[in-house]
Design a protein around this ligand. Structure first.
Ligand code: GLN
Length: 544
């Protein structure tokens, strides 16, 4: 029987509920329990795939092809459990499904309403698709009191009645602000937030109180008294020096013990935290340091490249190196050679990440050229690989080489695909079709050429599986001229039609991949491409 932990947030947004859920799951897992984490998003988009990264941060992609909230990335990175389509639901998806059913006549005769139809759909989602899990953690997006999260709160309230008495637990994340002028921590916002939650019929069992200053015993007791929980269930959650410290810190504060107590579990094994101790030891005691330049478009908002940022850090953990990331706006470079040199010369590695649209593409291409000519380690991801191919084609004499994503071109080195094979068979898309959910999405296999650099990076494997999210592909018509120019196609889709990886044997480390390896990197299991890239950057740092 799975036990449910419902995680809500109060007072303000951005308290880090996702990281908190991931950390609690990691602690339960360290005690030997099987966990799964789910995210309920109250907005009306069917999924975040069509939202700007500036609105919502990165779109995370699962193996089974769901475009999801970036919190699912935290969940995967902290637990190593691959998320699924069934782990993220939005109000938009709930309403879409209900309205489709209504049109089909499935509710014939009934008035379709938020209660019970929407709440039932949410409950079904919470209970669906689970196999012998000990704990399912459900994080509700937004803040208590938001109009749009009300159906989710109501569904939780009902579930807490319908499931067994000790089968559910409510964790509420709040803020205990420090008022500098008074020199005091304030508990009132937490009291109000708990009252708001209680007015929806949900009594929290554990309060996780985010604070910048230690919460003295007296204040902890006060929160407990006013919020109707025991003092030990008021867990101080102080700002951590790194996200990797969070599980260890919460464990010290007694979070996992209190949660288990709430379920009446008294015989839980002690947690094995060796993996977290190893990660934090590597993180806080680096023996080397590199600076990587990420030349992209959404550089004003680090959340837009969340997984990439993390994967670079993991590459550092693999090499016991600190990774400094310099976010560079690709638009800065368009046309000005001296600007490029000034920005890129001090770097130990250059990465062009995934992205959409023409803006900044010439700056990205110029960065590829710089890395190729100066023999600086280069890593191109998705759009970055496409830019590496366009740069290669231009230097091979195709001066107008471009992508059809940027407008009409008579040298479409990168073009839209309208047909491809997935596990489900032939997938088709019309050129002017819907934009939502219609990319090549999720895990696809690729075959690696024997003796290639990537085969070596992947430890000698000849077959890999990586996650995709793109609409355009490198045009196989250009493979021969590009190979003659020195850009080798060392990874292809199993049917041999779609280029997956390019590399330059005459360069110390130059790899472009059509997929997103950052989505599968974990702190305990850094992705080999990131480990290899940082290793090459360290070697390069010793030369410059
Ligand atoms: N815009 C490119 C495409 O759709 C690349 C996408 C990406 O980098 N994720 O193919």
């Amino acid at each position: 029987m799975a036990r449910y932990i419902f995680i809500t947030g109060g007072v303000v947004s951005s308290l880090g509920k996702g990281l908190m859920a991931a950390s609690l799951a990691a602690l339960l897992q360290a005690r030997g329990y099987k966990v799964r984490i789910r995210k309920f998003d109250p907005y009306l988009n069917v999924d975040p795939g069509t939202m700007s990264p500036y609105q919502h941060g990165e779109v995370y992609v699962t193996d089974d092809g769901a475009e999801t909230d970036l919190d699912l990335g935290h969940y995967e990175r902290f637990t190593g459990v691959s998320a699924r389509q069934s782990d993220n639901i939005t109000s938009g998806r709930v309403y879409r499904d209900i309205i489709a059913k209504e049109r089909r006549g499935d509710y014939l005769g009934a008035t379709v309403q938020v209660i019970p139809h929407v709440t039932d759909a949410i409950k079904e989602f919470a209970l669906a698709d689970q196999d012998d899990h000990d704990f399912i953690l459900c994080e509700i997006g937004g803040t208590v009191g938001d109009i749009e999260s009300l159906p989710f709160m109501e569904a939780i309230r009902q579930l807490r009645n319908e499931l067994e008495p000790m089968q559910t637990l409510s964790v509420h994340v709040t803020l205990v602000p420090y008022i500098a002028a008074a020199g005091e921590l304030k508990t009132k916002p937490t009291q109000h937030s708990v009252r708001e939650l209680a007015s929806l019929g949900i009594k929290p069992d554990v309060l996780l109180c985010r604070a910048e200053h230690p919460i003295p015993d007296g204040e902890r007791q006060k929160i407990a008294n006013f919020c109707n929980v025991r003092k030990e269930a008021v867990i101080p959650a102080l700002d951590a020096p790194s996200i990797y410290s969070v599980p260890l810190q919460y464990h010290e504060e007694g979070l996992d013990a209190e949660v288990l107590r709430g379920f009446g579990i008294t015989d839980a094994p002690d947690p094995d935290l060796s993996a977290w101790n190893d990660v934090t030891d590597r993180y806080f005691n680096p023996e080397g340091e590199v600076t990587i330049g990420v030349v992209g478009k959404y550089v004003g908002l680090p959340d837009a490249y969340k997984s990439l940022n993390e994967a670079l850090v993991h590459g550092g953990l693999a090499n016991r190196a600190k990774v400094n990331i310099k976010w560079i706006d690709a638009e800065l470079f368009e046309g000005d050679e001296s600007e490029i040199i000034a920005e890129l010369e001090p770097l130990h590695g250059i990465l062009v990440p995934g992205g959409f649209g023409e803006r900044g593409s010439e700056g990205k291409i110029a960065s590829v050229r710089f890395a190729r000519e100066r023999k600086v380690p280069f890593f191109g991801i998705c759009l970055g690989m496409q830019m590496a191919c366009i740069e290669g084609a231009r230097s091979a004499g195709f001066e107008d080489a471009s992508s059809t994503e940027f407008g009409e071109t008579h040298e479409p080195v990168v073009g839209i695909i309208t047909e491809w094979m997935s596990d489900e068979g032939l997938e088709q898309r019309e050129e002017g079709g819907d934009l939502g959910g219609t990319m090549r999405l999720g895990a696809y296999d690729a075959n690696l050429s024997a003796n290639s650099h990537v085969a070596q990076i992947y430890g000698g494997s000849s077959e890999i599986s990586e996650r995709h999210r793109h609409r355009y592909e490198v045009n196989s018509k250009y493979i021969d001229p590009l190979q003659q120019q020195g850009l080798v196609f060392s990874g292809m889709s199993p049917d041999g039609l779609l280029p997956e990886i390019v590399e330059r044997p005459d360069h110390p480390w130059f790899v472009g991949v059509q997929f997103h390896p950052e989505l599968k990197s974990r702190p305990f299991d850094p992705h080999p491409l990131f480990a290899g890239f940082i290793e090459a950057a360290l070697a390069h740092s010793r030369l410059v």
